[in-house]
Design a protein around this ligand. Structure first.
Ligand code: PEP
Ligand code: MG
Length: 875
C-alpha cells in the first residue's frame, strides 16, 4: 500500500519530491539532532490524490493521518483534543520548490472553548491561552472557511480603540476572550454554523485547505513565473506548536545566515518578543534586528548562531530559518536555501567558492538565471540622485531604481500598467493577493513591514525595486491618497524610490543602465567554461549590438532589417518603394536605402568583431510602413507625384485579412526580387569593407530568408541572392565567403526540413511564428484569452514565452534531425523570444542546437542557463 504520511523522524533532505522542501528539511534537522517540534508530513502524492479524487481526502489517507497523530501523541506525551494536556499543532504547506507566502498556514489547531479554559487556568497565563484561541479562530475562518481577514481585523481595531491601546500585545486576557467570542459570532453569522470544536474535524479542514491553496490564484501566478509545474502538488506539515506568544520570555523570528539583499556574510534577521510567526511576516509590529537577541536572551542567541553555522555548512548554501522561543527554549521551525537578490546570489556563490565550501561548477548551478535580470536594470543617474532631496526614507528592501505614477491597489497597478503607464504601488502593507499588481509595478512602497515582510520577500524574488516600512507616511487607502513630508500625493502623482537606499523622492529622477562587473564577471566566466551552447543576440541597431557584445554575445542571431527602416529619414524611401509602379521606380527608391543599410551592417560587423552576424531579409507585410495620418498621406502624394486618392488606393490595396499569414517574409522577395538584391548588395559590400579594415577577422555574412515553407521558394530567392552576391564579390576582387540559410518558422518548413536543407546552409528557428502557426492563434492577440486557459489549467505557461516542448518542440526536434540528414554540419539556432528563457535554453541544449539568440539584456541569462543545461545533462 502506498505510504502517504511520514513522521519527521522517517525522512531526510533528499525526499523533497515526496515531503516538499519544508518537510524534507524538518526531517533533516530532526536527524541532525536540532530542536525541532515533532510532527509529520502528509506527502505531495496525497495532494495529487486529493485532486484526483475530486478534492477529497480519502478514508485511507485520513486514517493514516490519525495514526500519525497517535504517534505524535506518544512522542510528545500530549493528547489531541485532551482538556488537561492538549496537543496543539500548526498546519503548514510546503511544496517541492519554496513558494514563500503563496499558500496557507494555520496555527494553534486543536483548541476549543473547553480546552482553552483549562489551558488558561493550568498555565497561569490566560492571556496567552486566549491569544492562541482568537488567532486560531481568525486563521481557521480565513484560511479554511474563506470568511476573509478583514472582519476580524476590524474587530481587533475596534477593541484596541475601546481599550485605548495601539498594540495587540497591550490587550488583556479578558479583551482577548471577548474578541474570541466576537470572532465566533462573526464566524456563525458568515458560515451559518458554530465554529468547529472537534480537533479532528479542524485538522482535516486545515489539511484540505492547504491542499486547496495549491490552486489559489496567487500560487498559480507564482508557479507560472517560476516554472513550477502544477502537477507537483504541495505537502502538508503537521507540527507540535511551539509558542512564541507566552509572554516576555517567548518570541519568534526569521533569520538568514547571510544578508539576502547584499550577500554579506553576517547573520541577518528579525524577531519579535511575545508574538507568533505571522506577526513578523505581516509587518503589523516592527520587529527588532536579530543582533538584539544577544542582549535579550544571550544563551538562546548563542545556541541559534551555532545552529546557523551547522545548517549552512550542512546545506552548503545560505539558509533562511524560522524559529520560536517558548519560555527561553529555542525551537527550529524551518530551514531552506534562502531567496536572495541577484547581487547577493552572485556574492554568496563566489564567497562559498572562496571559502572552499563549493566548486565553481556548483556556484554556476546554484544561481537562478532569471534573477540576473534585476542586475541588468537601470539605476538612478548618479548626478541627478545626488542633487535630489529625499522626502522620506524607509527600508531598502529590494534594490533597483523605480520611478512612476502612484497607484493604491494591485488592480489599479495592473490596469494602469496594461495601458503603458509606469506605476509605483503604494500600500499600507502588501499581502499575497497583491502579487499580480506587484508584478505590474516598477516599484513597491509600503508603510508597514520589515525586511522580511511579504512585500520585501516577494519583491526581492521578482527583482522588483521595493522600499518598505515607511511609517512617516500618513496613508488614506480608501481615498487613494497619502501624506509625506507635508505634501499630499494622489493617484497618478509621480514619485521615485530607491530600493538600494530606501529613499523616496517627489517627482521623476532619470535612470541609467546598470553596470556590472566583479562577481558577475566571475560567475559568467565560470558559466562560459562549462557551456557548449553558443549565445548570440537579436540586435537590429549598432547600439543594441554593442550593448549585447558587452554582455557577452558571441554574434548576432537575428537582425530584423525592417527595424532599420522605421526612422524618419528612412521611412520616406521605403514608402517611395512601396508606391512605385514599375521595377525601375522601385529600384530607384531601393538605391536610396542601400547605403543606409550598408552603413548599419558595417557597424554590426564592427560590434561583433568578426563573429557571426545573421541578417534577416525584409519580413513584415508592407502595410506596416504606409502612413495612416492624412498629412503624411498628402506628403507622400506630393513626393510621389500622385494624387491623394491614388495613394489611398495603394494603401487600400495593401489591406490583408490576415496579414501575419499574408504577403510577408520571403513572399515579398518572390514578388519583388529587387528588394532581396538590394539587401544582398548592402550585406556583401559592408562585409567586404569591414574585412578590409580588419583583415584578421574572418567575416562570413549569414543571409537569412524568412518565412519559408517550401524549398522551391527558398531556391527562388536564393538564386537572386547568390547571383547578386557573387557579382559584388567578383567586382570587388574579394574572396569573401557567405552563407544563405533560412528561418524555420512555418510548420511545413519543419516537416520538410530535409528538403529545405538542400538549399539552406543554416536553420534558425523563429519560434514566435512557429508557435503562432503551430497553435493556430495570433502572437499579438493570445493575451486576450490566455488567462482563461490558465484558469482552466489548459495551459500552465504562455507558449510565446516558454517553448511548448510537446508540440512546437517536437517540430524543432524533427527539423533538426531532418536537416542533419541532408546536411550533417548544418548550423542550428533559435531566434524567437524563447531564446532567452532558461527552460527553453535547456531544451535547445538538449536537442543539439549550435546557439540561442536573445535580446541583449537576456544574454547573461542565456549564458548561465546554457551552462546549467550542460551541467544538468552531464549528471
Ligand atoms: C520568429 O518568428 O520567431 C522571429 C524571430 O521572427 P519575427 O519575430 O520577426 O517574426
Ligand atoms: Mg518570424
Amino acid at each position: 500500500m502506498m505510504k502517504y504520511v511520514y513522521q519527521f523522524s522517517e525522512g531526510n533532505k533528499e525526499m523533497r519530491n515526496t515531503l516538499g522542501g519544508k518537510g524534507a528539511n524538518l526531517a533533516e534537522m530532526t536527524s541532525l539532532g536540532l530542536p525541532v517540534p515533532q510532527g509529520f508530513t502528509v506527502s505531495t502524492e496525497a495532494c495529487t490524490r486529493y485532486y484526483d479524487d475530486g478534492r477529497k481526502i480519502s478514508e485511507d489517507i485520513e486514517k493514516e493521518i490519525m495514526e500519525n497523530i497517535e504517534k505524535m501523541e506518544k512522542v510528545t506525551g500530549m493528547k489531541f483534543g485532551d482538556v488537561e494536556n492538549p496537543l496543539l499543532v500548526s498546519v503548514r504547506s510546503g511544496a517541492r520548490a519554496s513558494m514563500p507566502g503563496m499558500m496557507d498556514t494555520i496555527l494553534n489547531l486543536g483548541l476549543n472553548e473547553e480546552v482553552v479554559e483549562t489551558l488558561a487556568k493550568k498555565s497561569g497565563n490566560p492571556r496567552w491561552a486566549w491569544d492562541c484561541y482568537r488567532r486560531f479562530i481568525q486563521m481557521y475562518s480565513d484560511v479554511v472557511m474563506e470568511v476573509g481577514k478583514k472582519y476580524f481585523e476590524q474587530l481587533i481595531d475596534e477593541m484596541k480603540e475601546k481599550k485605548g491601546v495601539t498594540q495587540d500585545v497591550e490587550l488583556t486576557a479578558d479583551d482577548l476572550k471577548e474578541l474570541a467570542n466576537q470572532f465566533k459570532a462573526e464566524y456563525k453569522s458568515k458560515i451559518g454554523d458554530d465554529f468547529p470544536t472537534d480537533p479532528k474535524e479542524q485538522l482535516m479542514g486545515a489539511i484540505k485547505a492547504v491542499f486547496r491553496s495549491w490552486d489559489n490564484p496567487r500560487a498559480n501566478v507564482y508557479r507560472r513565473d517560476n516554472d513550477i509545474p502544477y502537477s507537483w502538488g504541495t505537502a502538508v506539515n503537521v507540527q507540535m506548536m511551539a509558542f512564541g506568544n507566552m509572554g516576555d520570555t517567548s518570541g519568534t523570528g526569521v533569520a538568514f545566515t547571510r544578508n539576502p539583499a547584499t550577500g554579506e556574510k553576517k547573520l541577518f534577521g528579525e524577531f519579535l518578543m511575545n508574538a507568533q510567526g505571522e506577526d513578523v511576516v505581516a509587518g503589523v509590529r516592527t520587529p527588532q534586528p536579530i543582533d538584539q537577541l544577544k542582549e535579550v536572551m544571550p544563551e538562546v542567541y548563542d545556541q541559534f548562531v551555532e545552529i546557523c553555522h551547522k545548517l549552512e555548512n550542512h546545506y552548503r548554501d545560505m539558509q533562511d530559518m524560522e524559529f520560536t522561543i517558548q519560555d527561553k527554549k529555542l525551537y527550529m521551525l524551518q530551514t531552506r536555501n534562502g531567496k536572495r537578490t541577484a547581487a547577493a546570489a552572485l556574492k554568496i556563490a563566489c564567497d562559498l567558492v572562496d571559502e572552499g565550501m563549493i566548486s565553481d561548477k556548483e556556484a554556476v548551478a546554484m544561481i537562478d538565471p532569471r534573477n540576473l535580470d534585476s542586475l541588468l536594470h537601470p539605476q538612478f543617474d548618479a548626478a541627478a540622485i545626488k542633487k535630489a532631496e529625499p522626502i522620506g526614507k524607509a527600508l531598502a528592501a529590494s534594490p533597483g531604481a523605480a520611478c512612476g505614477k502612484v497607484v493604491f491597489t494591485a488592480e489599479d497597478a495592473k490596469e494602469w500598467a496594461s495601458r503603458g503607464d509606469k506605476v509605483i504601488l503604494v500600500r499600507l502593507e502588501t499581502s499575497p493577493e497583491d502579487i499580480e499588481g506587484m508584478k505590474a509595478a516598477q516599484g513597491i512602497l509600503t508603510v508597514r513591514g520589515g525586511m522580511t515582510s511579504h512585500a520585501a520577500v516577494v519583491a526581492r524574488g521578482m527583482g522588483t525595486c521595493c522600499v518598505s516600512g515607511c511609517s512617516a507616511i500618513n496613508m488614506d487607502e480608501d481615498n487613494k491618497k497619502f501624506e509625506l513630508a507635508g505634501k499630499t500625493f494622489h493617484e497618478g502623482d509621480v514619485i521615485s524610490i530607491d530600493g538600494s537606499t530606501g529613499n523616496i523622492y517627489d517627482g521623476a529622477i532619470p535612470t541609467v543602465d546598470a553596470s556590472i562587473g566583479g562577481e558577475f564577471g566571475r560567475i559568467m566566466d565560470w558559466a562560459d567554461k562549462y557551456r557548449t551552447l553558443q549565445v548570440r543576440t537579436n540586435a537590429d541597431t549598432p547600439d543594441d549590438a554593442k550593448r549585447a557584445r558587452a554582455l557577452g554575445a558571441e554574434g548576432i542571431g537575428l537582425c530584423r532589417t525592417e527595424h532599420m527602416f522605421f526612422e524618419s529619414d528612412r521611412i520616406a524611401a521605403i514608402r517611395e518603394m512601396i508606391c512605385s509602379d514599375t521595377v525601375e521606380q522601385r529600384e530607384k527608391a531601393l538605391a536610396k536605402l542601400e547605403p543606409m543599410q550598408q552603413g548599419d551592417f558595417e557597424a554590426l560587423y564592427e560590434a561583433m568583431e568578426g563573429d557571426g552576424v545573421n541578417i534577416r531579409f525584409l519580413d513584415p507585410p508592407l502595410h506596416e510602413f504606409v502612413p495612416t495620418e492624412e498629412k503624411d498621406i498628402e506628403q507622400l502624394a506630393k513626393t510621389q507625384g500622385k494624387t491623394v486618392d491614388e495613394i489611398k488606393a495603394i494603401i487600400a490595396g495593401l489591406h490583408e485579412f490576415n496579414p501575419m499569414m499574408g504577403h510577408r517574409g520571403c513572399r515579398l522577395a518572390v514578388t519583388y526580387p529587387e528588394i532581396a538584391a538590394m539587401q544582398t548588395r548592402a550585406v556583401i559590400k559592408a562585409a567586404i569593407n569591414v574585412s578590409k579594415k580588419h583583415p584578421d577577422w574572418n567575416i562570413v555574412p549569414e543571409i537569412m530568408i524568412p518565412l519559408v515553407g517550401e524549398v522551391k521558394e527558398l531556391a527562388f530567392v536564393k538564386k537572386t541572392v547568390v547571383e547578386t552576391a557573387d557579382a559584388e564579390i567578383k567586382a570587388a576582387g574579394s574572396n569573401l565567403k557567405y552563407k544563405v540559410g533560412t528561418m524555420i518558422e512555418i510548420p511545413r518548413a519543419a516537416l520538410t526540413a530535409d528538403e529545405i536543407a538542400k538549399e539552406a546552409e543554416f536553420f534558425s528557428f523563429g519560434t514566435n511564428d512557429l508557435t503562432q502557426m503551430t497553435f493556430g492563434f495570433s502572437r499579438d492577440d493570445a493575451g486576450k484569452f490566455l488567462d482563461s486557459y490558465y484558469d482552466n489549467k489548459i495551459y500552465e505557461n504562455d507558449p510565446f514565452a516558454k517553448i511548448d516542448q510537446v508540440g512546437v518542440g517536437k517540430l524543432v526536434k524533427m527539423a533538426c534531425d531532418l536537416g542533419k540528414q541532408t546536411r550533417p554540419d548544418i548550423k542550428l539556432g533559435i531566434c524567437g523570444e524563447h531564446g532567452g528563457d532558461p527552460s527553453t535554453v535547456e531544451f535547445c541544449h538538449n536537442v543539439g542546437l549550435t546557439y540561442v539568440s536573445c535580446s541583449p539584456f537576456r544574454v547573461p541569462i542565456a549564458r548561465l542557463a546554457a551552462a546549467q543545461a550542460k551541467i544538468k545533462a552531464d549528471k
